[in-house]
Design a protein around this ligand. Structure first.
Ligand SMILES: Cc1ncc(COP(=O)(O)O)c(C=O)c1O
Length: 436
């Protein structure tokens, strides 16, 4: 039997042969962009595909291949690549003036839509990205409580300078972070209580995204609410990705009200934005009409295109009803893949919820980051390459994000590609997992 290394190299050779123009473009870009790259997550070996066009849920690369897009712009691409409602909203906004330098009706409409949708968000402020939203939420918590420590989870990602793949990161913001294990209810409760009145906030993704799309258990998330309240720390839900799940995000599903919530990605209809919001008593500090208010600046906080696109997207496309339907449809797909893996007796599992999940090489759900085996990690590049070669674009780290324009035909393409992968590699997968 060929080894994993041989199989991965052979897949890469086929990929290189099929993508000469993307390879040349990547090489050329190296002159001005380090490694040809300006967004780390988009790099993978041997080189990433250069995309030239998108339509609905499909993308076309420089060498002319068409893909079903399950990268979905890491969840921001919920509306696909060519939604007419969003395009018209942006065009209308551009026609009226590109930069206003003043409040507009766009951000007011979007603010109303989001506050009405997420009960925990009584008031909201916009910024330019999810990273910025989290920085603002953490800053708010530190100043509100007068405390310094922030509890985060191993494997969490809250932005380019707030990421914890393996503990702290060298170029994270220099906050006083404490680390706990996601889904470790007892250990985390204990750490929160021990830190007591030094703890400003706990920030948590209801689904640990980059850490493997691991949903927080009801017990764990409920404990975070109770124990933070007990010691007077703020609970921040980073729903930058997960707010799209169901009518009011995972907080709605769990019936938990965090003190602050951060949003981003899809709420701008696919255009850049971010937002943080929560209890009016905290957000009131940003009220410029009050003495002693805190300044929150940002030239593009209310940029017309993002605000207009977001407002059109949230009112005319992704209504709460549509979000509910989309959740059910995508969750059925995720479950159907898990059924298919079980029927074929292959140790693979789609971990996550609804339209956000990741393929793990394991026969059961992953509950902790420490459950992810080295075998699982080492099989991912092979799966990634083989799916690309079948016209199914997924994230190199194994995530899939579904989008609204997807059809049953798109899902069937992905299922068939996965079946082909399993038929070809099942013995290799078992061998790698046994050895690891
Ligand atoms: C959970 C989560 N929070 C925050 C961010 C940061 O958002 P942005 O890339 O818009 O800065 C991301 C981005 O992937 C994310 O997944």
């Amino acid at each position: 039997m060929e080894t994993l290394k041989q199989a991965t190299e052979s897949a890469r050779d086929r990929y290189v042969a099929a993508n000469p123009l993307s390879q040349a473009a990547d090489r050329h870009a190296e002159q001005f962009l380090p490694g040809g790259n300006t967004r780390s997550v988009l790099h993978y070996e041997p080189f990433p595909l250069t995309m030239v066009a998108g339509e609905g849920a499909e993308l076309v690369d420089l060498d002319g291949h068409r893909y079903v897009d399950f990268v979905g712009e890491y969840s921001a691409g919920l509306f696909g690549h060519s939604d007419e409602t969003i395009k018209s909203a942006v065009t209308a906004a551009l026609d009226k003036g590109i930069v206003m330098g003043a409040p507009t009706s766009y951000e007011r409409e979007l603010a109303g839509l989001l506050c009405n949708r997420f009960p925990s968000i009584e008031q909201i402020r916009f910024c330019n990205s999810g990273t910025e939203a989290n920085l603002m939420a953490l800053t708010t918590a530190r100043v509100v409580t007068g405390r310094e420590k922030i509890l985060v989870f191993n494997g969490a990602y809250h932005g380019g300078v707030i990421k914890f793949p393996n503990g702290d990161s060298v170029h994270n913001v220099p906050y006083d972070f404490l680390f706990a294990e996601f889904n470790d209810t007892e250990g985390t409760a204990d750490l929160i209580r021990r830190t007591g009145d030094e703890l400003a906030a706990v920030i948590v993704e209801p689904i640990l995204g980059a850490g493997g799309n691991i949903p927080g258990s009801r017990e764990f998330m409920g404990m975070l609410r109770l124990v933070t309240r007990e010691i007077g720390a703020l609970l921040i839900f980073d729903e930058v990705k997960t707010a799209r799940l169901g009518p009011s995000g995972v907080q709605g599903m769990l019936g938990i009200t965090p003190d602050l919530t951060t949003l981003g990605k899809f709420i701008g209809g696919g255009l850049p934005t971010g937002a943080f919001g929560g209890k009016a008593e905290f957000m009131a500090h940003y009220n410029p009409k009050l003495a002693g208010n805190w300044n929150h600046a940002g030239t593009f906080n209310n940029n017309a295109c993002s605000m207009a696109a977001g407002s059109a997207a949230m009112s005319n496309i992704y209504t709460q009803e549509r979000a509910r339907e989309f959740f059910d449809w995508s969750e059925n797909f995720r479950i159907s893949l898990n059924d298919m893996f079980a029927t074929r007796s292959v140790p693979m599992y789609c971990n996550g919820m609804g339209s956000i999940f990741a393929i793990h090489f394991s026969s059961k759900p992953t509950r902790r980051t420490s459950d992810i085996s080295t075998g699982c990690q080492s099989l991912r590049p092979l799966l990634h390459m083989e799916l690309l070669l079948e016209g199914v674009l997924v994230c190199s780290r194994g995530d899939l994000f579904m989008s609204l324009p997807m059809t049953e035909a798109h899902l069937s393409t992905a299922r068939t590609a996965l079946e082909k992968f399993i038929d070809r590699y099942r013995p290799l997968i078992s061998m790698v997992l046994e050895v690891a």
